[in-house]
Design a binder for this molecule. Sequence first.
Ligand SMILES: Nc1ncnc2c1ncn2[C@@H]1O[C@H](COP(=O)(O)OP(=O)(O)O)[C@@H](O)[C@H]1O
Ligand SMILES: [Mg+2]
Length: 302
Amino acid sequence: MTAAIQIKNLSKHYGSLPALTAIDFQIPQGCFFGLLGPNGAGKSTLINIIAGLTHTSSGQVTVMGYDVRQQWRQARQLLGIVPQELVYDPFFTVVELLRLQSGYFGFGRENWPWIDELLMTLNLADKADENLGRLSGGMKRRVLIAQALVHKPQVMILDEPTAGVDVELRQILWQFVRKLHQQGHTIILTTHYLEEAEALCEHIAILKQGRLRAIDSKAALLQRQPYRLLCLKLRTEGSVTQLPPALADKVGELHNKQLILRLNRQDSLYAVLNQLHQAGIEVLDLHTRDPSLEDVFVELTH
Ligand SMILES: Nc1ncnc2c1ncn2[C@@H]1O[C@H](COP(=O)(O)OP(=O)(O)O)[C@@H](O)[C@H]1O
Ligand SMILES: [Mg+2]
């Protein structure tokens, strides 16, 4: 089957800055895909290249088999993009903007019921005749989401859609995006909220400084960490600095009397607690857990 997105040996420089280097991967049709990475990793650059807004320095990108440069019309028709920045024209009303956008994709009045449905689903119906310039940030973001969907694209890309967004919109958005995914749409999401990515995405790519650090199914990414975490609540932090070296090497985090140790799967809990005891560290409470996507992310990007 043709990939929803295929990226071949893609590089992008801004002047002397390598924003993306030798990126090679594909996103299967129908996948819920997370594109993660710290600020400046190149996520938006990659999305802008897929959208045809930024040109590549070298390499090739296709959307459902259509080259984003040579066959940009077909590629663009298949894509819905919610940009990271709030870009809008303040002089249109919400419904005018959506009908205009729908017109750009060659639709006429027959598409208006779908626009009404989008307005309803995104709780925008009572703002339909409001000028965009007068809407709050959260409402503008809803309009951008509706705008990305007016032409019912097969592939939906959301660039940090929940950054600075309230809980209500976040929930509406995820419900909506899940529904699109169930209907067979390919969803590509970048987010800072790793719990969101962990809850939603089936496949995940992690970028750092323009390079692909990992790409795998979420399950495989989580499983490839060979350790588990021992989370301890201490009476005082005082003597943690005096830990024996074998244990000091395992310290993941120490914050507010919470100590996290990274244990190998075969480490004996009894031996570790004994060492802590001998170092004069009093443990008030403890639990173990498997690494989360956030732990994997920190491991791969720091
Ligand atoms: N238009 C541009 N001109 C010059 N540099 C840019 C431009 N857009 C992004 N960059 C740089 O490219 C790198 C990747 O940026 P970006 O793709 O926005 O990262 P992310 O979305 O992962 O935070 C950053 O170092 C950023 O400063
Ligand atoms: Mg970005």
